[in-house]
Design a protein around this ligand. Structure first.
Ligand SMILES: *Cc1c(COP(=O)(O)O)cnc(C)c1O
Length: 478
């Protein structure tokens, strides 16, 4: 591990904050430092049992190390441990949340909206579909949810929790929602919401949002964009394929958007975000908790205003009034706010450049895999390569069983060389040669185990040569 700057950064900031509370009488309580140190050493020993997620040779699952500023800001906030449920529990951090969420919304072109942080993308999607269900309530038989078969698996479960019917729409050979199949479902006349994924978790496919919005004109349904993983790529849309660019350009027309700062936004876990285009959906969150500390009249008029106005009549925004969850980590908001101060969410900024590095690494890995006879890449990728920064490939073999077994073996052999990849089950029909598909010789339903690499760290670009060296050395041993 390289030197970690966070402890020094944190020490300075914690001391600064401590001084600001110096007006209070001392209240030192005795702690046994050596006992704590001992337990921490035990914890460090246990934590060594992990893949090295922080290292560029970890190129497997969707795991991106939080930025040092996020870790330090989170740690700083932990000296206070604010709760962003309400102002009483997290005064400064609630304001910071409103500001940070406003910056995320601005990235999608929204200035008037309703939104807040959540503890995860799953919770954020739950809120979006809950609101969708609330809006459809009373219109019986009109609340069905659709998502592509490559949509995140939790949408089906969330719909179950909400007692909303859910159906899967087939994906095309690029992993994008198939429009004809979607329209077939829409013709049934009972669809309330279509979940459109900008950046599927498996392969990073971008559903054709612009074309789905055109269908909304005709059939009338809600569009929920799940951009938990892919949301930030709108900042580098110019570097994406034409269809993906069009999808990102249309994102502001969605009814709701979910994005996970803890996926690509350099945050520690516990940071999702949900946004609604119509602030009036805030009415569904009304509750009569006896612990409700403030009632915000601002809530329904200008929730995007940051910082919120503190007029005595209106009172400040109370995030617990617009969130399904009660207690939420104020520290998550402080970390996000600080990260966006250092790395603003703007095209051509340092944050956007980091995304572009990972994407270039993915394109380069794809290029090398495609020209290696041992491997097969996806044949119908819209840009003839990964849409975002996820690369998937299959090991060539005479049968699916053998290809799957070889993928597993390659995965293990790479791990022995400290190159950590991931595995994914994908339709066999997505791989091989175009001729194979044209001959109709494929069983479309069959799945095959493939290798998957999420190249989401900026350093993956400079490490790609090393990654390739280890990968091909491992493949030679198969
Ligand atoms: C990761 C992900 C989710 C789930 O988010 P969590 O933060 O893991 O709960 C939902 N949708 C997509 C597209 C994702 O990539």
């Amino acid at each position: 591990m390289t030197h970690d700057p966070v402890p020094d950064l944190l020490k300075h900031a914690v001391e600064d904050l401590r001084q600001r509370f110096a007006y209070l009488p001392g209240h030192e309580s005795a702690i046994d430092q050596s006992a704590i140190q001992h337990v921490l050493d035990m914890a460090a020993q246990r934590l060594a049992d992990n893949y090295p997620y922080f290292h560029p040779l970890y190129a497997g699952q969707m795991l991106k190390p939080p930025h040092p500023v996020a870790r330090a800001a989170y740690g700083l906030a932990m000296t206070i441990n604010p709760n962003n449920h309400a102002r009483d529990g997290g005064r400064a951090s609630s304001e910071m949340e409103v500001e940070a969420v406003g910056e995320i919304a601005a990235m999608f072109g929204w200035t008037e909206f309703l939104g807040h942080l959540t503890s995860s993308g799953t919770l954020a999607n739950l809120e979006a579909l809950w609101i969708a269900g609330q809006l459809a309530a009373g219109k019986r038989g009109n609340a069905r949810i659709l998502g592509s078969e490559q949509a995140h698996y939790t949408h089906h479960r969330i719909s179950g929790v909400l007692r909303l019917e859910y159906a899967s729409v087939p994906a095309d050979g690029s992993g994008r929602m198939a429009l004809e199949a979607l329209e077939e479902e829409l013709r049934k006349g009972d669809v309330g919401t279509v979940v459109v994924t900008l950046g599927t978790t498996g392969i990073g496919a971008v559903d054709p949002l612009d074309e789905i919005l055109a269908l909304r004109e005709r059939y009338g349904f809600r569009v929920h964009v799940d951009a938990a993983y892919g949301g930030y790529f709108g900042l580098i849309a110019g570097e994406l394929s034409e269809p993906a660019r069009r999808a990102y350009a249309a994102i502001g027309q969605a009814d709701s958007i979910v994005i996970d700062p803890h996926k690509h936004g350099l945050q520690p876990y516990g940071c999702g975000c949900v946004l609604f285009r119509d602030p009036a959906v805030g009415r569904f969150y009304k509750h009569d908790s006896p612990y409700t500390y403030f009632t915000s009249k601002e809530l329904h008029s200008h929730p995007g205003e940051h910082p919120p106005q503190r007029t005595p009549a209106a009172g400040p925004v109370h995030l617990g009034e617009i969130s399904l969850e009660c207690s939420r980590a104020g520290a998550a908001a402080v970390a996000l706010w600080s990260t966006q101060k250092l790395l603003p969410l703007i095209p051509d900024g340092e944050f956007a450049r980091g995304l572009a590095c990972g994407r270039r690494a993915a394109l380069e890995l794809h290029r090398r895999l495609r020209s290696d006879p041992r491997f097969e890449t996806m044949i119908a990728g819209t840009a003839d390569g990964p849409e975002l920064d996820i690369v998937v490939w299959k090991v060539k073999a005479d049968s699916l069983e053998k290809a799957s077994a070889l993928a597993q073996e390659l995965f293990d052999r790479c791990a022995e060389k400290q190159l950590h990849l991931a595995l994914v089950q994908l339709p066999h029909s997505w791989f091989g040669s175009r001729a194979g598909i044209q001959n109709g010789s494929r069983n479309l339903g069959e799945q095959v185990t493939c290798l998957r690499s999420v190249l989401m760290k900026p350093e993956h670009e400079t490490w790609l040569g090393e990654i390739w060296t280890r990968l091909t050395a491992a493949a030679t041993e198969l």
